[in-house]
Design a protein. Structure first.
Length: 382
C-alpha cells in the first residue's frame, strides 16, 4: 500500500546541501528541492514521536518500530516519490518535475521558448570517433548556436506529455520564481562552551521562501503516515504542515512500452549506484554489451545522458554525526535501452521497487527514497 502526503512549509526553510558553513564570512547555499532523505527523516521522526518511542533508545537500537525497524535494520517504510508540488484552489495537488537530461530548453531570437530532445546517434557511422563507452551518444543537431535555458520546471501536464512520448510545450514550463524565492539570512556563531555569540563569527545562509500553497509531495510504501499535524523539515527544524492527499502519480502506457521493445529510464531522485553512473542491475555481457537484468526487466543499454555527479551526504540524527559522502547520478539522468524483454507488469514493478537489486545495496538509502525511476517511451523527435 502506498500513501501520499503534501508537506506545506509554514516558515522559510533551510535546505542545506553538503557544503560546510558557519565559519566567519562563510555562505551556506540551500538545495531546492532537497534530497528525498529530508522528507523521509521528517516523516519518520514524526512517526516515532506519535508512537511514543524513546528516541535515545531507538538510536541505540534498543527498541524498534514495527514499520521503521531500527537504524541498522530499516523496516518496510520506503519513500517511493518526492516532488515539488502545489495545492490548487480545489484541493488537488499538482506536482512539478525538473526537465530530464534529454530535453534542451532554449529561447530564440524571437523571444519564444523552444523545447528540443537529444537523439541517440551512432557517431561512428558519421565518421566521428569518441571514447564514449556506449554505442550511441545523445546528440542535438542544430544549424545555429543558442544558449539553453536553465532552472525551469515541467508542470504535471508537461511531465505527462513526456511520459507519453511527446515533447512538452512551452506553456507546460514554469520558472522557479513561481515556486520559491531565496532570501539571505545572517547567522551568528556560538561558543560551544558558553553557548553565547562569539565575536566576529557572522555567516550568511540562504533561506527558501516557498510561494503560497507550494510544498512537497511525498509518497511512502510500507507504512501508515500521519494524516495531519506538522513535521520538522530541514535545518533548524522549521515547521511544515502535513496533509494526507489522494494522489495518483502519472504513469506511462506500460503495454505500449513493452510492445515497442525499447524505452527510456529517467531518474526521479538522485541514485547511488555501485558502478558509478551505471544503474544497479547492469552488467557487461559476453558480447561486450551492457545488459540490464533487474526485477524481471531485461534490456541492452545503448545510450545515456547523465549530468555531472553530485555528492550526497546528510546528517545521521540517530548517531549525531554526518552520513558518508557518496557520489550520485543526479535526478533527471536518462538511460536508453533497446532489445527490451519485459511484461507491462514487470515494468511497473521496476518503477515500484526502484533501481535496487534484490539483495539491496543500501537498505537505509532505499528507505530514504534514492534510486527512484520513471519509464518513458523511446520516441524519435527528429
Amino acid at each position: 500500500m502506498t500513501t501520499a502526503v503534501f508537506l506545506e512549509p509554514l516558515d522559510v526553510l533551510f535546505l542545506r546541501g553538503n557544503k560546510l558553513f558557519g565559519d566567519p564570512g562563510s555562505y551556506g547555499e540551500s538545495l531546492v528541492p532537497p534530497w528525498p532523505s529530508v522528507a523521509a527523516g521528517a516523516l519518520r521522526s514524526r512517526m516515532l514521536a506519535d508512537a511514543g518511542v524513546d528516541l535515545a533508545a531507538f538510536a541505540d537500537g534498543a527498541v524498534g518500530h514495527p514499520e521503521l525497524g531500527t537504524p541498522k535494520g530499516p523496516g518496510a517504510f520506503t519513500l517511493t516519490a518526492f516532488h515539488l508540488a502545489r495545492r490548487r484552489a480545489d484541493g488537488e495537488v499538482e506536482l512539478f518535475v525538473a526537465p530530464p537530461a534529454d530535453l534542451v530548453i532554449s529561447k530564440g531570437d524571437d523571444g519564444k521558448t523552444h523545447v528540443r530532445a537529444l537523439a541517440p546517434t551512432a557517431l561512428a557511422n558519421l565518421g566521428l570517433m569518441s571514447s564514449a563507452p556506449l554505442p550511441l551518444q545523445p546528440v542535438l543537431a542544430e544549424p545555429t548556436r543558442f544558449k539553453p535555458e536553465s532552472g525551469v520546471w515541467l508542470t504535471e501536464a508537461g511531465w505527462c506529455a513526456y511520459l507519453g512520448g511527446k515533447l512538452p510545450t512551452p506553456d507546460q514550463l514554469l520558472a522557479p520564481s513561481a515556486l520559491w524565492a531565496l532570501e539571505p539570512r545572517v547567522g551568528v556563531g556560538l561558543s560551544a562552551e558558553t553557548r553565547r555569540a562569539d565575536d566576529g563569527k557572522l555567516f550568511t545562509v540562504q533561506a527558501v521562501a516557498m510561494a503560497a500553497d507550494v510544498g512537497f509531495l511525498a509518497t511512502v510504501a510500507g507504512a501508515r503516515l500521519p494524516k495531519s499535524g506538522t513535521v520538522r523539515f530541514g535545518g533548524d527544524g522549521r515547521a511544515a504542515a502535513v496533509r494526507a492527499v489522494d494522489k495518483a502519480l502519472p504513469q506511462p502506457d506500460y503495454v505500449a512500452v513493452a510492445r515497442s521493445g525499447r524505452c527510456r529510464l529517467v531518474l526521479t531522485t538522485p541514485a547511488l549506484f555501485a558502478q558509478g553512473w551505471l544503474p544497479n542491475g547492469v552488467a557487461r555481457a559476453d558480447d561486450g554489451s551492457l545488459r540490464l537484468d533487474l526485477h524481471g526487466v531485461r534490456a541492452r543499454l545503448v545510450c545515456a545522458a547523465v549530468p555531472r555527479a553530485e555528492v550526497i551526504s546528510g546528517w545521521d540524527l540517530a548517531h549525531r554525526r554526518p552520513k558518508p559522502a557518496e557520489r550520485a547520478a543526479p535526478a533527471g539522468s536518462v538511460y536508453w535501452f533497446d532489445e527490451l524483454q519485459a511484461t507491462p507488469e514487470a515494468l511497473a514493478k521496476l518503477v515500484e521497487r526502484g533501481l535496487w537489486s534484490e539483495a539491496c545495496e543500501d537498505a537505509a538509502r532505499r528507505a530514504e527514497g534514492f534510486n527512484r525511476v520513471a519509464i518513458a517511451p523511446w520516441t524519435d523527435h527528429r
